[in-house]
Design a protein around this ligand. Structure first.
Ligand SMILES: C[C@@]1(CC(=O)O)c2cc3[nH]c(cc4nc(cc5[nH]c(cc(n2)[C@H]1CCC(=O)O)[C@@](C)(CC(=O)O)[C@@H]5CCC(=O)O)C(CC(=O)O)=C4CCC(=O)O)c(CCC(=O)O)c3CC(=O)O
Ligand SMILES: NC(=O)C1=CN([C@@H]2O[C@H](COP(=O)(O)OP(=O)(O)OC[C@H]3O[C@@H](n4cnc5c(N)ncnc54)[C@H](O)[C@@H]3O)[C@@H](O)[C@H]2O)C=CC1
Length: 236
């Protein structure tokens, strides 16, 4: 069986995480980096999660992620998270929740919460049981708008992590600049020619040239490559 990698917009989308441990922290960091509204519901929280929450109140002094984080402390008891969610459903806009991640260290609680999510039509993920996952959380390598998500369909997460580290090494940080150059170049090429084949050919040339220069090309450099590669008829 294979899984389909679907890339979804998460900016301002509500993502709920049950459990506030190390696994929850890792997933929250990724979601916040995508601009999500992350709510963590747990009995206890990793200090780093609480730091992230307070850090966003004074963003000037720390490099807080772009999304918003709220940590909600709940009581002991296997059903406390479900009770909290039911009570806060209206406030949190449960109907609008994009995903629910169950990351407690209690498999029974995670399973109950997955059932709760399904009852409400919310895609669920369990950190303790791949069979309970409507989607798998990938290992993510991000360079600006260039995004790599790696998964083994829940079979060997450590392999996803290992391959992710290999990819990180082959994609230097300046690939973020390369991705931005791509956006700028594409706009300029679209203005210069309507021929699809030509657009593609020139874009690849621009990206190759940018690769030679740590991703950076000036508007003048881009326009020069466009001029040099446009076919006779359209040249003015
Ligand atoms: C199904 C899935 C559900 C989900 O969480 O979405 C899941 C499930 C489980 N993971 C377990 C263990 C480990 N997971 C990791 C690492 C990661 N696991 C992640 C995702 C996923 N893990 C989903 C499928 C991903 C896929 O399709 O490949 C990553 C990619 C994303 C993230 O979590 O952020 C992240 C790397 C991020 C990064 O660093 O880049 C390591 C390695 C390490 O920590 O060094 C170990 C220890 C080695 C081992 O046990 O394999 C266990 C057993 C727990 C136990 O035994 O107690 C289960 C439950 C089970 O398999 O039964
Ligand atoms: N999917 C993945 O990527 C991985 C999953 N795991 C598994 O994930 C689970 C969590 O791992 P960690 O975060 O390292 O554990 P942890 O011990 O750091 O955190 C567990 C968290 O769950 C909370 N919790 C426990 N019962 C709760 C309840 N009834 N309601 C609400 N919150 C509750 C605790 O307060 C704590 O914040 C473990 O079972 C572990 O085996 C481990 C490694 C990777």
């Amino acid at each position: 069986m294979a899984v389909f990698p679907m890339f979804i917009e998460l900016e301002k989308e509500i993502c709920l995480i049950i459990g506030g441990g190390k696994v929850a922290l890792r997933k929250a960091e990724v979601l916040l980096d995508m601009g999500a509204e992350v709510h963590v519901i747990s009995r206890r929280f990793e200090p780093e999660l609480l730091k992230l929450q307070s850090g966003q109140k004074n963003r000037e002094c720390c490099s807080a992620p772009i999304g918003n984080l709220e940590c909600h402390e709940i009581n002991e008891g296997p059903l406390a998270a479900a009770v909290w969610l039911e009570q806060n459903a209206r406030k949190e806009g449960i109907g609008n929740v994009t995903m629910l991640i169950c990351a407690t260290d209690d498999e029974r609680v995670n399973h109950q919460m997955v059932l709760w999510a399904r009852k409400h039509g919310i895609p669920a993920n369990s950190a303790t049981n791949p069979a309970d996952c409507d989607f798998y959380f990938p290992s993510v390598v991000r360079r600006g708008n260039l995004m790599v998500g790696i998964s083994t369909g829940g079979r060997t997460p450590a392999l996803s992590r290992m391959v992710s580290r290999q990819i990180q090494e082959t994609l230097p940080d300046w690939y973020e600049t390369l991705a931005e150059t791509g956006v700028e170049a594409r706009e300029r090429i679209h203005q210069a020619t309507s021929d699809l084949g030509e657009r593609k050919e020139i874009l690849v040339k621009v990206l190759r040239a940018a690769l030679e220069d740590r991703g950076r090309l000036t508007e003048e450099d881009i326009d020069k490559i466009i001029r040099e590669n446009r076919s006779g008829e359209e040249n003015d």
